[in-house]
Design a binder for this molecule. Structure first.
Ligand SMILES: [Zn+2]
Length: 226
């Protein structure tokens, strides 16, 4: 009887271990289907650019229905679009104290990560390192897709994404550089001050990292980390 008991117990532990291992494996390595280019009109797709880290990039911006679409504009850490973007209506500006609330420099995967909140799953905003990896491992060119200017990044494996020059949204804007400049928020950055956040600027000359006020409305290009 004792042997049967131990055998049953061992078997139970073995079965539990297999179940736990399988569940854990599913959480960490779910099957992700990626492409070199969009296979159909059901965006967003995960695009494989052959990057060293394995990071996959979305084919379009948050809120866009096509790769060249501008999508939504979001202030840093906010997850809702607004009709106007100003310091006065920035969710993380404390009017009484006249001070920014410190979100830290890493909002990846949190309630403040608009890619994660809007698209769910493993989608996140990109980090500084992921944009630099994209720039360093791809050739890029200023081009036009269906009448929209932007920068196309071409991986060594033939995968490619297009970042439209969607300009920005800001209450005090007096100029319109749509089609000439594109800005994209980073979800983890090395901004110098708590009241600044880093973003990417793309233009006809290349890609740059810039510090600035988090109150501006910029588009978001999500990634999935591998
Ligand atoms: Zn797509």
């Amino acid at each position: 009887m004792k042997n049967y008991y131990y055998y049953g117990l061992s078997l139970s532990i073995f079965v539990m271990a297999v179940v736990a291992f399988t569940a854990c494996e599913d959480d960490d390595n779910p099957k992700v289907v990626s492409y070199l280019n969009c296979p159909d009109d059901h965006h967003p797709h995960l695009i494989d650019l052959g990057l060293p880290s394995g990071t996959l990039w979305a084919c379009c911006n948050v809120g866009a229905s096509i790769p060249e679409g501008y999508g939504g504009y979001y202030a840093w850490g906010e997850t809702e679009e607004k009709s106007e973007y100003s310091k006065d209506n920035y969710v993380f500006f404390e009017q009484g104290l006249q001070a920014f609330r410190d979100l830290g420099h890493n909002i990846l995967g949190t309630e403040h990560d608009v890619a994660h909140v809007r698209w769910g799953g493993q989608w996140q905003m990109p980090s500084r390192e992921q944009f630099l990896e994209l720039d360093h491992n791809c050739s890029s060119e200023w081009t036009n897709v269906n009448g929209v200017n932007g920068r196309k990044f071409l991986g060594k494996n033939g995968g490619s994404i297009f970042l439209p020059a969607a300009w920005c949204r800001w209450v005090e804007n007096t100029s319109d550089y749509t089609g000439l400049l594109g800005f994209y928020w980073l979800g983890r950055n090395q901004a110098q001050n708590d009241f600044q956040a880093e973003f990417i600027r793309i233009d006809m000359n290349g890609l740059y990292i810039i510090n600035g006020s988090p109150c501006y409305g910029y588009p978001i290009r999500p990634i999935v980390k591998r």
